[in-house]
Design a protein around this ligand. Structure first.
Ligand code: ADP
Ligand code: GLC
Length: 483
């Protein structure tokens, strides 16, 4: 099959969260399975053109936006995994500090989406599958099903739309609808309209030939009002086309046995190295090492957003600190949570190592390797990669049982020695506290703790299984289209 993945973040070029990890891995695995796979993303300022060897392949592409045209260029490089990676260049829109969060995000991604469609035509690259990811690419299926439906070029192309996070929808005021150059009839409740706004996320899930999200549990949750972010009815209408396929992780990148960013490599057999990484992390963070009791280090690497359950950590902090634990956090994002954790760092200087406001891959690796536990008390979590990465480092996840966290973390049952972590259901500080208390008790009893760490190290969430499920879904979707 010929497949193109289109997204706003792709490793190693641009990343703010797990979306980039997925795009950095899945397309390469699909290509390794014998498919011709390409990737497209915007050419942001952060992309290092020289390092990646970008070459211009289309010097000028006029992309319609409202009643004018925007001038774009297409650049290309080959990824380390041998894929063609296409960059949509449009400096007024993408040569900026951040990836998103601008007043003109609607225009930026309308142009991006339309440019990808026009680019493939201009390159004469006929995809069987255009796989679009999240709201930034949600308009592609809508364009294909309308403006391009009668042309021959895309007649046999199926669109697949992945929801990585339903909460971010990219909606913009209805007055902006003419920017799309779509027939006005499409601005209705069953298609693009959402409470008077135009909603690119809705566009993706209404018009794509198949809809996927990144865990089976989240695929069900988002069809309920509690998790549906206002789109649960639209998702229920398509329930037969909504699938859940779990993300994997890239074990070449996340491998304590060969990780060059951590203090000392280790593996399941030689696990002493893990203790060295803990000592290193504690020293780096100025954390006390009393040696009186086993003091657990609870790590967290995360975007700072309301999704991630930080209000629970804040509310439970006084009780948690009484458990004689240490808390290590690396996070960037929302100013509200930045302030909250600045306060926490001031209140508990001996027990916390908190790094805020920056993206730091090296420190992230050191936290995964040096912590005993990894905390993800998410309000909702489509898949979550942090818990999967931490398992690979023998670091035990403590999670709220939602979305992908519920699908991947099973409560440890000491008697039976089954399970790979600790989980709680109710979204409350008390439930979080009781879960951590339970986890710390096991930690302080080595005969139970060691087998648990071994269980974690033996978990396998590699991409192969999921990639095969995507291939099945692509086949099935093409088949349905052809019938
Ligand atoms: P989300 O995509 O919702 O942010 P995931 O758990 O799927 O959550 O993926 C988050 C990814 O981003 C992980 O690879 C995590 O290690 C990484 N990450 C998050 N914040 C930072 C940061 N400040 N520095 C380095 N890596 C980070
Ligand atoms: C989103 C979700 C996260 C998921 C990631 C990759 O950012 O919040 O749960 O792991 O996308 O699919």
């Amino acid at each position: 099959m010929k497949i193109i993945h289109v997204a706003a973040e792709v490793l190693p070029y641009a990343k703010t969260g797990g979306l980039a990890d997925v795009l950095g891995a899945l397309p390469t695995v699909l290509s390794g399975m014998g498919n011709e796979v390409a990737v497209a993303l915007p050419l942001y300022r952060a992309v290092d053109r020289e390092k990646h060897g970008l070459q211009t392949v289309i010097p000028s592409l006029a992309v319609p936006l409202g009643d004018s045209h925007i001038e774009c260029q297409i650049l290309k490089c080959m990824s380390k995994g041998g894929l063609a990676v296409y960059f949509i260049a449009c400096d007024p829109f993408f040569d900026r500090d951040k990836l998103y969060g601008y007043a003109d995000d609607a225009e930026r991604f309308i142009v991006f989406d339309r440019a990808v469609i026009e680019m493939l035509k201009s390159l004469d690259w006929h995809p069987d599958i255009i796989h679009c990811h999240d709201w930034q690419t949600g308009l592609i299926p809508a364009f294909l099903k309308s403006l391009y439906a009668d042309g021959a070029f895309y007649r046999q192309t199926a669109s697949v739309y992945s929801i990585h996070n339903l909460a971010y929808q990219g909606a913009f005021p209805g007055e902006g609808f003419p920017l799309l150059r779509l027939p006005y009839e499409m601005f209705n409740y069953h298609e693009l309209e959402f409470y008077g706004q135009v909603n690119p996320m809705k566009a993706g899930l209404v018009f794509a030939d198949a809809v996927v999200t990144v865990s089976e549990r989240y695929a069900k949750e988002i069809q309920t009002p509690d998790y549906g972010e206002g789109l649960d009815a639209a998702l229920r209408e398509r329930k037969d086309s909504v699938h859940g396929i779990l993300n994997g992780i890239d074990y070449e990148k996340w491998n304590p046995g060969s990780d060059t960013l951590i203090h000392q490599t280790y593996d399941a057999v030689n696990s002493r190295g893990k203790a060295e990484n803990k000592r290193f992390l504690q020293e780096r963070g100025g954390l006390a090492r009393t040696g009186r009791t086993r003091v657990p280090v609870i790590g967290c690497v995360s975007r700072l957003s309301s999704q991630k359950g930080f209000d629970l950590i804040e509310a439970a902090a006084p009780q948690l600190m009484n458990l004689e634990m240490q808390f290590v956090l690396l996070g960037a994002g929302d100013g509200y949570y930045t302030k909250l954790f600045e306060d926490m760092a001031r209140r508990y200087p001996q027990q916390t190592y908190i790094t805020l406001g920056r993206f730091d891959n090296e420190l992230a690796h050191q936290i995964y390797a040096g912590s005993d536990f990894f905390l993800m008390p998410s309000r909702y979590e489509p898949c979550g990669l942090g818990q999967l990465i931490s398992l690979a480092y023998g670091t035990i996840p403590i999670v709220r049982a939602t979305g992908g966290l519920a699908d991947t973390i099973e409560e440890y049952i000491p008697g039976a020695n089954t399970g790979n972590g600790f989980r709680f259901d109710e979204y409350s500080p008390d439930a979080l506290y009781r879960c951590i208390e339970r986890a710390v008790k096991i930690y302080r009893f080595p005969p139970r703790w060691k087998p648990l760490v071994e269980n974690a190290l033996h978990c396998d969430f590699s991409w192969d299984v999921s990639a095969r499920k995507y291939l099945d879904l692509y086949q099935q979707t093409l088949c349905t289209m052809a019938c």
